[in-house]
Design a protein around this ligand. Sequence first.
Ligand code: ADP
Ligand code: MG
Length: 263
Amino acid sequence: MNIHEHQAKEILREFGAPISEGFVIFKPEDIDHRLKKINSNNLVLKAQIHAGGRGKAGGVKLVSKSDAVKEAKNMFGKTLVTHQTGPEGKVVKRIYVQEAYDILKEFYLSCLVDRESSKIAFIASTEGGVDIESVAKNHPEKILTTKVDFKEKLTNAEVDKVISLFKFNETQKKEAVNLINALFNILIKKDASLIEINPLVITKSQKIICLDAKMNFDDNAIFRRPEIQKLRDINEEDPSEIKAKKHDLAYIKLDGTIGCMVN
Ligand code: ADP
Ligand code: MG
């Protein structure tokens, strides 16, 4: 099961990861009375859909505080077509509002279950951001994978290895250690199967922030995580998958008229 970016960020915050202030709105008027929460005059409106590639499709918009309501009105109801939505796209029904940062560098960091080795894999790259797919294809040497066992706690050496490409200063390193431990703990304690932070950024003021977050949970473990189940957004799911779930079938809709059913 997938959840929205704003929900993933709440979980990351709960586990001690560096997340910036932000809030979710369900209609443009909701912005007004909550803007006080954000100090900066520059905001980012982020369409909340269960798909990446929003930046390139107009789903991440830099706006000033005074234009925020107008721009939110434009974004609500829009159908975003990204490389992950399929040609029919996804309709924007909620927006995450966040401070806009001056970004110095964008990194990629993810943590997932590696079925082949039965381990947890951390994947890190200094070349994060909206073109990570092409980095993976054309510059695989810029991506570092660290595999660790399922266990109680990561060792310092393992954490150091995961973040070794990033060349952080001491303060940043402390934040990064908290982040790596947060990802590891969420994977184990919440039965996540994938957590992806892309980009993880260093701002011009040298702060580390998880600017985007994607989380995926193991459907077969969801029954024991009611707090995660509550985050389900049925609007984002394919109608045939919803129907299959009702009958307890593990079914994944693929392109065209093909689906995958393994039970
Ligand atoms: P997606 O992965 O769906 O395209 P992201 O949240 O990763 O969406 O945003 C795409 C890009 O937009 C980021 O790589 C970053 O450059 C920029 N961006 C996102 N959030 C902010 C922000 N709060 N401040 C400044 N730039 C941002
Ligand atoms: Mg992203």
